[in-house]
Design a protein around this ligand. Structure first.
Ligand code: CP
Ligand code: NVA
Length: 310
């Protein structure tokens, strides 16, 4: 638990500088190379993890990450804590700040993460909201760099599917890293209009963001293809209707045929084979996709060391 005002939260890629993000990626590479590095750097430190939504990767990678760095993680499911009974996040933030050294939260409204960060005196990490999933995106950039090398400026990337937290996070990443990002979403399911407008008006670092309604147009000549579920957590009631709307927004052989030679296919998981990705494509790229999942651990360890170590 920190007695000083925290230096930083990790809520949104756009709130960190390109240099700071590059620093995290470099540190993550060192930690992947030597998982025992900094093994006692968080000795005696605790991370509280509030989950209002389900998780496999985020929960386990943060928990193992804290353990490998000498600290501990405390899993707080909303259903089994006062968080789920309506205790205000303003109070939860101030209580937890008296016990722990950092708070990770996965929730619905992005504003809740911002409230938590405003009231916490320890760093807050966004473990996914309806708007953004920055830990996943930082990992995706790390994974691309690992395969394609250092210079990602001008890289042609396609995101196929729902304009959800992953699509929005890709927009922020495009701005930070100078990607040429093409998003294909069905009409009415495009990404957040405010984030899109900011990206399209930006002249920063050569980034370019376009949104189309035809996956084949978005995939033309791209080196990296991404997708995500058609119905995110909290949209379970819409799943059947969305299957109709999103039919055709799938990464499959037809789409890969128009991409650049040797494209990378990423998926943040969990995947729905036969929906956003064909079973054949998923299996062909399974090694890369599970490496991407593994990289959550290395990247988040870098984040934890940066935010929580003395
Ligand atoms: N990709 C991802 O965040 O997975 P989980 O929902 O399992 O944490
Ligand atoms: N868009 C998905 C991402 C899961 C990691 C969701 O929010 O459910």
């Amino acid at each position: 638990m920190s007695e000083n005002r925290k230096l930083k939260d990790f809520l949104d890629l756009s709130l960190w500088s390109r240099n700071e993000l590059e620093g995290l990626l470099d540190l993550a590479a060192e930690l992947k190379q030597d998982p025992a590095k900094f093994s006692q750097s968080l000795a005696g430190k605790s991370l509280a993890m509030i989950f209002k939504k389900s998780s496999t990767r985020t929960r386990v990678s943060f928990e193992v990450g804290m353990f490998q760095l000498g600290g501990q993680a405390i899993f707080m499911s909303a259903t089994h804590t006062q968080v789920g009974r309506g205790e205000p996040l303003e109070d939860t933030a101030r209580v937890l700040s008296r016990y722990v050294d950092g708070i990770m939260i996965r929730t619905f409204e992005h504003a809740e993460v911002e409230t938590l960060a405003r009231y916490a005196s320890v760093p807050v990490i966004n473990g996914l909201t309806d708007l953004l999933h920055p830990c996943q995106l930082l990992t995706d950039i790390f994974t691309i760099k690992e395969r394609l090398g250092e210079n990602l400026c001008g890289l042609k990337v396609a995101y196929i599917g729902d304009g959800n937290n992953m699509a929005n996070s890709w927009i922020n990443a495009a701005l930070q890293f100078g990607f040429d990002l093409r998003i294909a979403s069905p009409s009415g399911y495009e990404p957040d209009a405010t984030l899109l407008e900011r990206a399209q008006q930006s002249t920063k670092g050569g980034s370019k963001v376009t949104v189309v309604n035809d996956p084949l147009v978005a995939a033309q000549g791209v080196r990296v293809l991404n997708t995500d579920v058609w119905a995110s957590m909290g949209q379970e009631d819409e799943a059947v209707a969305r299957r109709k709307v999103f039919a055709g927004f799938q990464i499959n052989d037809e789409l890969l045929a128009v991409a650049a030679p040797e494209p990378l296919v990423l998926h943040c998981l969990p995947a729905h084979r036969g929906e956003e990705i064909s079973a054949e494509t998923f299996e062909r790229y399974q090694d890369l996709i599970f490496t991407q999942a593994e990289n959550r651990l290395h990247v988040q360890k870098a984040l934890l060391v940066t935010l929580l170590a003395d």
